[in-house]
Design a binder for this molecule. Sequence first.
Ligand code: ZN
Length: 347
Amino acid sequence: MVSLEVLAKLCNACGVAGREEEVRSLMRKLLKPYVDEVKEDKLGSVIGIKEGGKNAPKVMLAGHMDEIGLLVKTISKEGYLQFAKIGGIDDRVLLAQKVMVFTEKGPLHGIIGSKPPHIQKEDERKRAITYDELFIDIGAGSQEEANKMGVRIGDVVEFDVKFAAINKDIVIGKAFDDRVGCAAMIEAVKRLEKTECTVYAVGTVQEEVGARGATTSAFGIYPDVGLALDVTVAGDIPGVKEVDAPTKLKKGPSLTIADSSHISHPKVLRLLTEAAEENKIPYQLEAGLPGGTDAGRISLAKEGVPSCSICIPTRYIHSPTSLLSLTDVENTVKLTVAAVKKIPKYF
Ligand code: ZN
Protein backbone atom coordinates (compact mmCIF):
# COMPACT_ATOMS: atom_id res chain seq x y z
CA MET A 1 0.00 0.00 0.00
CA VAL A 2 1.05 3.59 -0.63
CA SER A 3 2.09 5.11 2.70
CA LEU A 4 -0.76 7.20 4.10
CA GLU A 5 1.79 9.49 5.70
CA VAL A 6 3.46 10.14 2.34
CA LEU A 7 0.12 10.72 0.62
CA ALA A 8 -1.05 13.10 3.36
CA LYS A 9 2.21 15.08 3.26
CA LEU A 10 2.06 15.42 -0.52
CA CYS A 11 -1.62 16.45 -0.55
CA ASN A 12 -1.31 18.97 2.27
CA ALA A 13 1.68 20.67 0.60
CA CYS A 14 1.13 23.84 -1.42
CA GLY A 15 1.85 23.61 -5.15
CA VAL A 16 -0.37 25.77 -7.30
CA ALA A 17 0.83 25.55 -10.93
CA GLY A 18 4.08 27.46 -11.39
CA ARG A 19 4.70 27.59 -7.62
CA GLU A 20 5.56 23.96 -6.87
CA GLU A 21 8.55 24.63 -4.55
CA GLU A 22 7.16 22.86 -1.46
CA VAL A 23 6.09 19.77 -3.40
CA ARG A 24 9.35 19.75 -5.36
CA SER A 25 11.51 19.53 -2.24
CA LEU A 26 9.24 16.79 -0.85
CA MET A 27 9.45 14.84 -4.11
CA ARG A 28 13.24 15.08 -4.16
CA LYS A 29 13.41 13.64 -0.65
CA LEU A 30 10.82 10.93 -1.28
CA LEU A 31 12.35 9.71 -4.56
CA LYS A 32 16.00 9.80 -3.44
CA PRO A 33 16.17 6.44 -1.61
CA TYR A 34 14.82 4.52 -4.62
CA VAL A 35 16.69 6.04 -7.57
CA ASP A 36 20.33 6.44 -8.64
CA GLU A 37 20.09 10.18 -9.25
CA VAL A 38 17.64 13.06 -8.76
CA LYS A 39 17.80 16.00 -11.18
CA GLU A 40 15.63 18.97 -12.07
CA ASP A 41 14.96 20.47 -15.47
CA LYS A 42 15.04 24.22 -16.04
CA LEU A 43 11.27 24.69 -15.55
CA GLY A 44 11.45 22.86 -12.23
CA SER A 45 10.25 19.31 -12.90
CA VAL A 46 11.95 16.73 -10.65
CA ILE A 47 13.50 13.76 -12.43
CA GLY A 48 14.44 10.61 -10.49
CA ILE A 49 16.56 8.25 -12.61
CA LYS A 50 16.82 4.53 -11.99
CA GLU A 51 19.44 3.10 -14.30
CA GLY A 52 18.60 -0.08 -16.18
CA GLY A 53 20.62 -2.29 -18.49
CA LYS A 54 22.83 -0.99 -21.31
CA ASN A 55 20.78 0.06 -24.37
CA ALA A 56 17.58 -0.86 -22.49
CA PRO A 57 14.44 1.14 -23.33
CA LYS A 58 13.79 4.33 -21.40
CA VAL A 59 10.40 4.78 -19.74
CA MET A 60 9.17 8.10 -18.42
CA LEU A 61 6.62 7.95 -15.59
CA ALA A 62 4.97 11.31 -14.96
CA GLY A 63 2.98 12.52 -11.97
CA HIS A 64 2.23 16.23 -11.94
CA MET A 65 3.22 18.13 -8.82
CA ASP A 66 1.03 21.17 -9.44
CA GLU A 67 -2.59 21.69 -8.48
CA ILE A 68 -5.33 24.15 -9.33
CA GLY A 69 -5.54 27.30 -7.20
CA LEU A 70 -5.80 31.08 -7.15
CA LEU A 71 -3.46 34.06 -7.39
CA VAL A 72 -3.94 37.50 -5.84
CA LYS A 73 -4.79 39.81 -8.73
CA THR A 74 -5.51 43.13 -7.02
CA ILE A 75 -5.82 44.44 -3.47
CA SER A 76 -8.74 46.82 -3.09
CA LYS A 77 -8.50 50.11 -1.18
CA GLU A 78 -10.59 48.46 1.52
CA GLY A 79 -8.12 45.55 1.87
CA TYR A 80 -10.03 42.80 -0.01
CA LEU A 81 -8.13 40.55 -2.43
CA GLN A 82 -9.48 39.96 -5.92
CA PHE A 83 -8.07 36.87 -7.55
CA ALA A 84 -7.31 35.05 -10.78
CA LYS A 85 -7.95 31.34 -11.28
CA ILE A 86 -5.07 28.99 -12.12
CA GLY A 87 -6.35 25.88 -13.89
CA GLY A 88 -9.92 24.75 -14.49
CA ILE A 89 -12.03 25.72 -11.48
CA ASP A 90 -15.82 25.81 -11.47
CA ASP A 91 -16.78 29.24 -10.07
CA ARG A 92 -19.65 27.68 -8.13
CA VAL A 93 -17.30 25.79 -5.79
CA LEU A 94 -15.45 28.94 -4.68
CA LEU A 95 -18.11 30.58 -2.57
CA ALA A 96 -17.45 30.64 1.19
CA GLN A 97 -14.30 28.49 0.96
CA LYS A 98 -11.64 28.83 3.63
CA VAL A 99 -8.32 29.57 1.95
CA MET A 100 -4.66 30.13 2.77
CA VAL A 101 -2.84 33.08 1.21
CA PHE A 102 0.90 32.39 0.96
CA THR A 103 2.76 35.65 1.53
CA GLU A 104 6.46 36.40 1.94
CA LYS A 105 5.75 36.83 5.66
CA GLY A 106 4.07 33.42 5.90
CA PRO A 107 0.60 31.98 5.26
CA LEU A 108 -2.56 33.91 6.16
CA HIS A 109 -6.06 32.53 6.70
CA GLY A 110 -8.81 33.96 4.53
CA ILE A 111 -12.34 33.34 3.37
CA ILE A 112 -13.84 33.80 -0.09
CA GLY A 113 -16.62 36.26 0.53
CA SER A 114 -19.67 37.52 -1.33
CA LYS A 115 -22.89 39.38 -0.62
CA PRO A 116 -25.05 37.34 1.83
CA PRO A 117 -28.43 36.09 0.48
CA HIS A 118 -30.40 38.55 2.65
CA ILE A 119 -29.28 41.51 0.60
CA GLN A 120 -29.02 39.90 -2.83
CA LYS A 121 -31.41 41.06 -5.55
CA GLU A 122 -33.87 38.52 -7.01
CA ASP A 123 -31.74 37.90 -10.15
CA GLU A 124 -28.54 37.57 -8.12
CA ARG A 125 -30.05 34.74 -6.08
CA LYS A 126 -31.00 32.81 -9.21
CA ARG A 127 -27.62 32.72 -10.95
CA ALA A 128 -24.19 31.35 -10.06
CA ILE A 129 -21.85 34.06 -8.86
CA THR A 130 -18.75 34.30 -11.05
CA TYR A 131 -15.25 34.40 -9.57
CA ASP A 132 -14.65 38.02 -10.52
CA GLU A 133 -17.54 39.06 -8.25
CA LEU A 134 -15.93 37.28 -5.30
CA PHE A 135 -13.07 38.41 -3.07
CA ILE A 136 -10.83 37.06 -0.35
CA ASP A 137 -11.32 38.57 3.07
CA ILE A 138 -8.21 38.38 5.27
CA GLY A 139 -9.59 40.77 7.84
CA ALA A 140 -7.45 43.68 6.64
CA GLY A 141 -9.00 47.15 6.98
CA SER A 142 -7.19 48.70 4.04
CA GLN A 143 -4.81 48.07 1.16
CA GLU A 144 -2.01 49.37 3.36
CA GLU A 145 -2.85 46.94 6.14
CA ALA A 146 -3.00 44.02 3.66
CA ASN A 147 0.44 45.04 2.40
CA LYS A 148 1.74 45.20 5.98
CA MET A 149 0.40 41.67 6.53
CA GLY A 150 2.69 40.64 3.67
CA VAL A 151 0.23 40.33 0.77
CA ARG A 152 1.56 41.13 -2.71
CA ILE A 153 0.08 40.86 -6.19
CA GLY A 154 0.76 37.33 -7.46
CA ASP A 155 0.70 35.61 -4.06
CA VAL A 156 -0.60 32.06 -4.27
CA VAL A 157 -3.94 31.15 -2.68
CA GLU A 158 -4.96 27.59 -1.86
CA PHE A 159 -8.02 25.88 -0.48
CA ASP A 160 -7.59 25.25 3.24
CA VAL A 161 -8.37 21.52 3.31
CA LYS A 162 -6.49 18.84 5.23
CA PHE A 163 -6.10 15.21 4.22
CA ALA A 164 -8.27 12.71 6.16
CA ALA A 165 -9.13 9.01 6.05
CA ILE A 166 -12.86 8.22 6.29
CA ASN A 167 -12.10 4.53 6.77
CA LYS A 168 -9.38 2.03 5.81
CA ASP A 169 -10.04 2.47 2.09
CA ILE A 170 -11.54 5.91 1.49
CA VAL A 171 -9.62 9.15 1.88
CA ILE A 172 -10.56 12.78 1.24
CA GLY A 173 -8.34 15.78 0.73
CA LYS A 174 -6.97 18.54 -1.43
CA ALA A 175 -4.80 18.21 -4.55
CA PHE A 176 -5.39 14.48 -5.17
CA ASP A 177 -5.00 15.72 -8.78
CA ASP A 178 -2.22 14.83 -8.95
CA ARG A 179 -0.36 14.20 -5.70
CA VAL A 180 -1.92 10.74 -5.62
CA GLY A 181 -0.28 10.13 -9.01
CA CYS A 182 3.04 11.35 -7.51
CA ALA A 183 2.60 9.01 -4.50
CA ALA A 184 1.76 6.05 -6.78
CA MET A 185 4.81 6.82 -8.92
CA ILE A 186 7.15 6.90 -5.90
CA GLU A 187 5.70 3.60 -4.62
CA ALA A 188 6.09 2.00 -8.07
CA VAL A 189 9.75 3.06 -8.29
CA LYS A 190 10.32 1.70 -4.78
CA ARG A 191 8.84 -1.69 -5.71
CA LEU A 192 10.68 -1.91 -9.04
CA GLU A 193 14.09 -2.36 -7.35
CA LYS A 194 16.25 -3.64 -10.24
CA THR A 195 14.77 -3.17 -13.71
CA GLU A 196 15.88 -3.83 -17.22
CA CYS A 197 14.47 -0.47 -18.42
CA THR A 198 15.91 2.84 -17.33
CA VAL A 199 13.11 4.50 -15.41
CA TYR A 200 12.64 8.27 -15.26
CA ALA A 201 10.20 9.12 -12.47
CA VAL A 202 9.21 12.70 -13.20
CA GLY A 203 7.28 15.07 -10.94
CA THR A 204 6.16 17.53 -13.59
CA VAL A 205 5.24 21.21 -13.15
CA GLN A 206 2.36 23.23 -14.65
CA GLU A 207 0.19 20.37 -15.92
CA GLU A 208 -3.01 22.19 -14.98
CA VAL A 209 -2.22 25.06 -17.33
CA GLY A 210 -1.21 22.99 -20.37
CA ALA A 211 1.19 20.19 -19.36
CA ARG A 212 4.13 22.54 -19.74
CA GLY A 213 6.53 20.66 -17.42
CA ALA A 214 5.85 17.38 -19.21
CA THR A 215 6.66 19.11 -22.50
CA THR A 216 10.14 20.20 -21.40
CA SER A 217 11.04 17.12 -19.35
CA ALA A 218 9.96 14.70 -22.12
CA PHE A 219 12.03 16.73 -24.60
CA GLY A 220 15.08 16.39 -22.35
CA ILE A 221 14.62 12.69 -21.59
CA TYR A 222 13.15 11.62 -24.93
CA PRO A 223 11.93 8.28 -23.58
CA ASP A 224 10.87 5.22 -25.60
CA VAL A 225 7.59 4.96 -23.65
CA GLY A 226 5.60 7.49 -21.61
CA LEU A 227 3.15 6.65 -18.84
CA ALA A 228 1.27 9.50 -17.13
CA LEU A 229 -0.07 8.61 -13.69
CA ASP A 230 -2.99 10.91 -13.06
CA VAL A 231 -6.60 10.99 -11.85
CA THR A 232 -9.84 10.82 -13.78
CA VAL A 233 -13.46 11.71 -13.05
CA ALA A 234 -15.23 8.95 -11.13
CA GLY A 235 -18.77 9.30 -12.45
CA ASP A 236 -20.48 7.01 -9.95
CA ILE A 237 -22.35 9.86 -8.26
CA PRO A 238 -25.98 10.98 -8.45
CA GLY A 239 -26.88 12.83 -11.63
CA VAL A 240 -24.03 11.58 -13.83
CA LYS A 241 -24.76 9.37 -16.84
CA GLU A 242 -22.44 6.44 -17.52
CA VAL A 243 -21.83 7.70 -21.07
CA ASP A 244 -20.48 11.00 -19.69
CA ALA A 245 -18.14 9.47 -17.08
CA PRO A 246 -17.99 5.66 -17.10
CA THR A 247 -15.15 5.26 -14.57
CA LYS A 248 -16.14 4.06 -11.11
CA LEU A 249 -14.47 3.93 -7.72
CA LYS A 250 -12.89 0.61 -6.58
CA LYS A 251 -12.85 -0.88 -10.10
CA GLY A 252 -9.14 -0.27 -10.69
CA PRO A 253 -7.16 2.30 -12.66
CA SER A 254 -8.72 3.68 -15.83
CA LEU A 255 -6.69 3.57 -19.05
CA THR A 256 -7.46 6.57 -21.20
CA ILE A 257 -7.84 5.46 -24.81
CA ALA A 258 -8.52 8.98 -26.08
CA ASP A 259 -9.07 12.44 -24.55
CA SER A 260 -8.88 16.01 -25.86
CA SER A 261 -5.09 16.06 -26.10
CA HIS A 262 -4.04 12.50 -26.81
CA ILE A 263 -4.86 9.16 -28.36
CA SER A 264 -3.05 6.37 -26.56
CA HIS A 265 -0.52 4.41 -28.60
CA PRO A 266 -2.00 0.97 -29.42
CA LYS A 267 1.19 -0.86 -28.44
CA VAL A 268 1.31 0.84 -25.01
CA LEU A 269 -2.39 0.19 -24.47
CA ARG A 270 -1.90 -3.49 -25.32
CA LEU A 271 1.12 -3.66 -23.02
CA LEU A 272 -0.98 -2.24 -20.18
CA THR A 273 -4.05 -4.44 -20.68
CA GLU A 274 -1.86 -7.55 -20.99
CA ALA A 275 0.10 -6.63 -17.86
CA ALA A 276 -3.21 -6.13 -15.99
CA GLU A 277 -4.74 -9.40 -17.17
CA GLU A 278 -1.63 -11.51 -16.52
CA ASN A 279 -1.41 -10.15 -13.00
CA LYS A 280 -5.18 -10.15 -12.32
CA ILE A 281 -5.20 -6.39 -11.73
CA PRO A 282 -8.64 -4.84 -12.30
CA TYR A 283 -8.73 -1.96 -14.79
CA GLN A 284 -11.27 0.21 -16.63
CA LEU A 285 -11.22 1.85 -20.04
CA GLU A 286 -12.43 5.29 -21.02
CA ALA A 287 -12.57 6.90 -24.43
CA GLY A 288 -13.60 10.17 -25.95
CA LEU A 289 -13.94 12.25 -22.78
CA PRO A 290 -12.78 15.87 -22.56
CA GLY A 291 -9.64 16.81 -20.65
CA GLY A 292 -6.04 15.73 -20.92
CA THR A 293 -2.97 14.62 -19.00
CA ASP A 294 0.81 14.82 -19.33
CA ALA A 295 0.64 11.84 -21.74
CA GLY A 296 -0.51 14.16 -24.53
CA ARG A 297 2.59 16.34 -24.34
CA ILE A 298 5.00 13.45 -23.70
CA SER A 299 3.72 11.76 -26.87
CA LEU A 300 4.68 14.83 -28.93
CA ALA A 301 8.32 15.08 -27.77
CA LYS A 302 10.77 15.26 -30.70
CA GLU A 303 9.82 12.47 -33.14
CA GLY A 304 7.10 11.14 -30.84
CA VAL A 305 6.81 8.89 -27.79
CA PRO A 306 4.27 6.02 -27.55
CA SER A 307 2.30 6.92 -24.42
CA CYS A 308 -0.81 6.26 -22.33
CA SER A 309 -2.40 7.58 -19.11
CA ILE A 310 -3.11 5.37 -16.12
CA CYS A 311 -5.74 7.23 -14.11
CA ILE A 312 -6.94 6.78 -10.55
CA PRO A 313 -10.74 7.20 -10.30
CA THR A 314 -11.40 10.27 -8.15
CA ARG A 315 -14.67 11.97 -7.23
CA TYR A 316 -15.00 15.78 -7.29
CA ILE A 317 -11.68 16.59 -8.99
CA HIS A 318 -10.93 20.28 -9.61
CA SER A 319 -12.92 21.23 -6.52
CA PRO A 320 -11.50 22.01 -3.06
CA THR A 321 -11.89 18.45 -1.72
CA SER A 322 -11.81 15.12 -3.57
CA LEU A 323 -12.42 11.50 -2.56
CA LEU A 324 -10.76 8.28 -3.69
CA SER A 325 -10.17 4.62 -2.82
CA LEU A 326 -6.74 3.43 -1.68
CA THR A 327 -7.45 0.07 -3.34
CA ASP A 328 -7.49 1.88 -6.69
CA VAL A 329 -4.17 3.52 -5.81
CA GLU A 330 -2.70 0.12 -4.93
CA ASN A 331 -3.89 -1.37 -8.23
CA THR A 332 -2.41 1.60 -10.09
CA VAL A 333 0.97 0.94 -8.47
CA LYS A 334 0.74 -2.78 -9.29
CA LEU A 335 -0.16 -2.08 -12.91
CA THR A 336 2.64 0.46 -13.33
CA VAL A 337 5.20 -1.99 -11.93
CA ALA A 338 3.92 -4.86 -14.09
CA ALA A 339 3.88 -2.68 -17.22
CA VAL A 340 7.42 -1.32 -16.71
CA LYS A 341 8.72 -4.89 -16.33
CA LYS A 342 7.11 -5.85 -19.66
CA ILE A 343 8.39 -2.87 -21.69
CA PRO A 344 11.62 -4.55 -22.94
CA LYS A 345 9.48 -7.23 -24.61
CA TYR A 346 7.62 -4.57 -26.59
CA PHE A 347 10.11 -1.77 -27.27
ZN1 ZN B 1 -4.15 15.89 -13.24
